[in-house]
Structures are given as structure tokens and as C-alpha cells.
Ligand binder design. Structure first.
Ligand code: ZN
Length: 341
């Protein structure tokens, strides 16, 4: 959100924010694009701007929230009476919206839900019916929209169909094709693409991320993902060494959560395939990679990785699986680089 210094926490959102504010015609916007580039942040910036009582008027920041008015202060302290956020429980803490004022967290073994449940949508419906407390607007942010379960999505649909005066919505989704078509068709799309490299690197450096060039490429150009990986312990040097460790048959990434480790191997396989087809790699520095000649063995490894990825959340034996995936990768690489002679 915009603070008193009127700076955006994610600098590459400046253009998409101005564009969305200038072109918004619908009472419901759907921010869509890849994960890890600030969808949630953009949705919140739009919400804050609509609620702000003295939005900025200067060129380049037309309509942005001021960061200083009473409404902005309420927004920043998560207590704005005209704002409602629909978020799965599983994301609350990560996004800084853990409910500290509500009942203490139950001592239960159930994992926090990844869904937005119908109860939350029902609470939103009564919020929607009340008059605006500060008289400016009422804003609902739904993130990620694909987390709405079917019942919740159908309940939301009713308010999207009959907007109540000053009520506005921002939905954000990395998988808009997974939304009900009726929800999609009632929202104005706001595409959010990968940011340019320069602002991404600048931001990563400001976050204290070491080796930002390598990690940004590893994360496919998604700066928030690169930052998350760094915070989870991934170092640029370990990423650069991964191809050689595979070639030597060493099992690396042992301390990574399994889905992320498999994802890393898929990126490595993707890059090896690109090289075998004469294209430039996407995720690894070119000089860190062996130069395979044949694609077929790598396609076979790719298929094995895909199968493993489908079951990555429920591995039977994580250690054994990784050993087997590395062994298959090493074998594929050997076959892809036949020695002449
Ligand atoms: Zn303001």
C-alpha cells in the first residue's frame, strides 16, 4: 500500500496502477497474470486509491492514494470500515493479515484452509449491504480469486451482478481460466505482466537479496518469487552448481520442500531441452550448463518429472523419490551427450 512517503513498495507497479485507475470502467476489476509479480499488492493499491479522500493529482501518479489522509491511515492499519479482504486462511500470516484481534488460533492439527469459504463471502454480502461509513466508496479485494470454492463463487456472483452503488471489487488471479466464466465475464481484465529486469533487480538488491541476477532468472523473472526463494535459503551459488551436481550424479536440494525441488529440476530440464534444440536457456546461466546434443532422452526425463510433480504434495518417500529423479536426470544427460569416437 502507499505509505506517507507516497512510494510504492513494488516500483514496477507504478505503470499498471496508473493504467488501471485511468481505464477502470467496471465496478469489478480482475487483475491477472503470473504469480510472484505483485498481484495482491496491485489489488490493494487500487482499493486504497478508491478509498483515499485526497488522491494525488500530479502527472504520473494521477489518482494514486495519498498515504496521508484519514482513510489512508485506516487502510494502512487494516481497520478501514469500508474495506473488506477475502483471503484464504493459509495466506493471512504471509501477507501480514493474521487476525490478532479475533479468537486465538485453535490448537488443532488441521492445516489452515487454502480456500475462500462461503462464510467469508456471506460476511462480505452483509458488508456490501451496509452504507459506506466514510461515504467515499466500499471496496472488496478477493485474492486469489481461484481460491473461492464453488459455493463461495456462486454467492459472490450475486453481488457482482447487482452492484450496490459505491461498491467496487478487485479480484486477482494467477489462474483466471479456473474461475467461473460468469465471474470472469463480469469483471474488467487488468493484465499484470512480468516486470522489466532493471526495476526488479533494484528492488531485490534493496531487499538484501544476494546474487539477484541469478535468482531473478531462476525465478523466471518474478521478483517476489526470487525474494521468497532467497529467504527460504536458496543461494545463487547453489543454483549455479545444480547442473554440474546433476551431471556428477550427486543428489542436491535435499533440504528443499519437495514440490520446490521438483520444480527446480523441471527448470533445469527445460533449459537443457532448449540447449538441445539450439535455443538459449531461460533459468540458468548458459556457462553453468552442459551442452546436450540430443533432446529425446531429456524428453523422457521431463515426463518423469511431470509425473512426480503431480504427486509432489503427497510423496510416499521423499528421499527415495529425489534420488531416483536425480539418477534419471544424470542418465538422461549422459544419453543426450553421446561421445564421439
Ligand atoms: Zn489518502
Amino acid at each position: 500500500m502507499v505509505g506517507p512517503d507516497q512510494q510504492l513498495p513494488l516500483p514496477w507497479l507504478a505503470r499498471p496502477l496508473s493504467q488501471a485507475l485511468a481505464t477502470a470502467r467496471s465496478h469489478a476489476l480482475l487483475v491477472q497474470g503470473p504469480a510472484g509479480v505483485g498481484q495482491f499488492d496491485l489489488a490493494m493499491l487500487l482499493g486504497q486509491a478508491w478509498l483515499c479522500e485526497t488522491p494525488l493529482q500530479d502527472a504520473g501518479r494521477q489518482g494514486w492514494a495519498c498515504g496521508n489522509c484519514a482513510s489512508c491511515h485506516l487502510f494502512q492499519s487494516h481497520t478501514h470500515p469500508d474495506f473488506m479482504l477475502l483471503l484464504p486462511e493459509a495466506l493471512r500470516e504471509q501477507l501480514g493479515w493474521a487476525a490478532d484481534s479475533e479468537a486465538p488460533v485453535k490448537e488443532s492439527k488441521t492445516k489452515p484452509s487454502r480456500e475462500i469459504k462461503v462464510d467469508a463471502v456471506r460476511a462480505m454480502l452483509s458488508f456490501a449491504q451496509a452504507t459506506s461509513a466514510r461515504g467515499r466508496a466500499k471496496v472488496v479485494v478477493v485474492y486469489p480469486a481461484e481460491a473461492l470454492n464453488t459455493v463461495a463463487a456462486n454467492a459472490l456472483l450475486k453481488t457482482l451482478e447487482e452492484p450496490a452503488g459505491v461498491l467496487r471489487f478487485v479480484l486477482a488471479s494467477t489462474a483466471p481460466e479456473a474461475l467461473l466464466p460468469t465471474i470472469r465475464s463480469r469483471c474488467q481484465p487488468v493484465p499484470l505482466a512480468l516486470p522489466d529486469t532493471a526495476p526488479s533487480l533494484q528492488w531485490l538488491k534493496a531487499q538484501g537479496v544476494e546474487g539477484p541476477e541469478i535468482l531473478l532468472a531462476a525465478a523466471g523473472g518474478r521478483p517476489q518469487e526470487a525474494r521468497d526463494w532467497f529467504e527460504a535459503g536458496l543461494r545463487a551459488s547453489a543454483w549455479q552448481q545444480l547442473p554440474q551436481r546433476l551431471a556428477r550424479g550427486e543428489v542436491a536440494l535435499g533440504d528443499w520442500p519437495q514440490p520446490r525441488a521438483i520444480d527446480a529440476l523441471q527448470r533445469l530440464c527445460h533449459d537443457l531441452l532448449r540447449l538441445a534444440h539450439g535455443a538459449a536457456p531461460s533459468y540458468f546461466p548458459a556457462d553453468s550448463l552442459p551442452k546436450p546434443k540430443l533432446a529425446a532422452p531429456l524428453h523422457a526425463w521431463d515426463a518423469q518429472l511431470r509425473r512426480a510433480a503431480r504427486h509432489a504434495e503427497h510423496p510416499l518417500n521423499a528421499g527415495l523419490l529425489m534420488e531416483s529423479l536425480f539418477a534419471q536426470g544424470q542418465q538422461a544427460l549422459r544419453e543426450a551427450m553421446p561421445r564421439r569416437g
